[in-house]
Design a protein around this ligand. Sequence first.
Ligand code: PLP
Length: 398
Amino acid sequence: MSSKTAHYLTHLECGLTGERHEAGRVHGLSRAGKPLLTRYDLAGIKAHVDRDALWARDGGFWKWRELLPVREDANVCALGEVDTPLIALDNLHETGTVIVKDEGRLPTGSFKARGLALAVAMAKELGLKHLAMPTNGNAGSALAAYASRAGLKTTIVCPDDTPAINIRETALRGARLLKANGLINACGAWVKAGADAGKWFDLSTLKEPYRIEGKKTMGLELAAQMGWTLPDVIFYPTGGGTGLIGMWKAFAEMRELGWVEAEKLPRMVAVQASGCAPMVRAFEAGMRFAEPWENAHTVAAGIRVPAAIGDFLILDAVRDSGGFAIAVNDDAIEAARRDVAREEGLLLCPEGAATYAAYRKAREEGRIDADDRAVLFNCATGLKYPMPDAGEALDLNA
Ligand SMILES: *Cc1c(COP(=O)(O)O)cnc(C)c1O
């Protein structure tokens, strides 16, 4: 990569009203209180940027710099990013029809690295010094990692029942880590109060614009890996929905750039747990905005998100793509995790297993066909999550 990458960011737009916001200054939500979407000079990119030259670079998701908002190369913070592999479940299904994109190979072991790397790089570029965020686990560890790398201070708040591994890895990576006696939304309110008082910048999901841009790289990378084609259907474990929104944005940008075929965009499937399924309920009711889910519970903590500020962006993408939202229960998630590990040797995280459970359910219900090419997102390494006790005793003295 050259030391000075060409830059195409033009402005930001409210995801709901389209109202224009200027680039180059600190933004939270739009004036309408909704997420901001980053816009580029796509005609300029089309004229000057070759998709295959970008794809041939090293650097994992940082290779897409011309389609990302960071201006100065010095603000890029890298920790050894890689393109994550596509692994076909060929023992369980017809060759090449069910493919897992294994995001557990990224720094900090989850796809939160993509979003937080971009959010931190932009925070650095815009002169912010202290970042704060509520987390259920993986987002906090990715923020701590990239912020420490970039020399920024972090305060991270999680519910006190967050898995110890996430709490400890986040603290070891240099964050001030607070364990709160409340749920994620209460932690978020506390972070917001501190931000309003000028103590720090609030980096909560979709409350700043650039995490979407990091997650967008999943869509760019997937298209390149599949020879600039896209699958028939994508199963995405949906919490705040950053990745689903980001990929749909990537597909729209690539279509405008002529990088992928226009008629063939994938059906987007939002996968949730039946103990916390606000998007599924809104999808089925034909609503554009989702009501918060009461008493949320599921083993898949990464998708235990009762209310998402980008709800309409998730639901619009699902509907515009001809996709759907689907919920699976914890037993189906655990069975999916066990079956893929045993039959394919691939250890999924519970949220990734939820996408396979959803694939099975959607097939049973006839919502997708056996020959549809499906990509499932395994969002984190399976090694971070509890596993059933195992092993037989062997008496060496018998
Ligand atoms: C954050 C997270 C999700 C949900 O991702 P969103 O893009 O916020 O919907 C799913 N699984 C895991 C493991 C996560 O950490």
